[in-house]
Design a protein around this ligand. Structure first.
Ligand code: BG6
Ligand code: MG
Length: 218
């Protein structure tokens, strides 16, 4: 394995469990339009941009709208989502994440964020974790969503690290595909059965040390 010089983290589902808030906000939108959204269907939205997610949700309900109506609904969903995110505090970082990031920094490994979310900075501020990241690539910067590799390639470039020296941490299939397409090693956070395209899959960071994890990749 090439030396690891940078670790690039997805936000939602890797650093913090915001999927439950996205789900509540999308479900409310679906209900408003006269249909329901199951937790299983919500899986399809992980890692996918807001507007693409909206298209998927509308597709599930068989609803067709023009661009203006879609923008309005996406904005409404985001207001609801941000309202829910106000309850996020530093204690909401997923178990072990903070310690893992501390260890990376102590090992002089650069840390970047690669998220589809336009709310990434707000969420990191609520978590009081902005300072952990040497660069933040979020939904405001990318023009191509995951599984396109753009988000992680931008992060690597910001950090002046070649892709083969980067590791991507992702909980979404589209995110693992994005990291793989960028030519990076990928670590899935979640279930092996779902994230089987990742180089390795772990359940989370609780009890996981940087050295032990990197050893598994060799
Ligand atoms: C991703 C989430 O991180 O960000 C998706 O996994 C979400 O569920 C996407 O749709 C965009 O987020 P936001 O905050 O810009 O609506
Ligand atoms: Mg995610």
């Amino acid at each position: 394995m090439p030396t690891v010089q940078a670790c690039l983290f997805d936000l939602d589902g890797v650093i913090v469990d915001t999927a439950k808030y996205h789900y509540l906000a999308w479900r409310q939108l679906a209900n408003q339009l006269g249909f329901d959204l199951t937790l299983e269907q919500n899986e399809l939205l992980k890692g996918i941009s807001r507007m693409e997610s909206l298209d998927i949700v509308l597709g599930i309900g068989g609803v067709q709208l023009d661009e203006e109506e879609k923008s309005k609904l996406a904005a409404e969903k985001n207001v609801r989502y941000l309202e829910l995110c106000k309850q996020i505090t530093p204690d909401d970082a997923l178990p072990g994440v903070r310690g893992f990031l501390d260890e990376l920094r102590a090992d002089a490994i650069k840390v970047g964020l690669g998220s589809a979310s336009k709310n990434a900075r707000t969420i990191l501020t609520n978590l009081d974790m902005l300072t952990y990241f040497d660069t933040i690539v979020d939904g405001n910067r990318v023009t191509k969503g995951k599984p396109d590799p753009q988000v992680f390639l931008m992060g690597a470039e910001d950090l002046s690290v070649a892709p083969e020296h980067c590791i991507v941490f992702e909980d979404a299939v589209a995110g693992i595909q994005s990291g793989n397409a960028a030519g990076m090693l990928t670590i899935g956070i979640g279930e092996q059965s779902v994230l089987n395209e990742a180089d390795i899959v772990i359940k989370g960071f609780d009890g996981v040390s940087v050295d032990d994890l990197f050893e598994k990749l060799t």
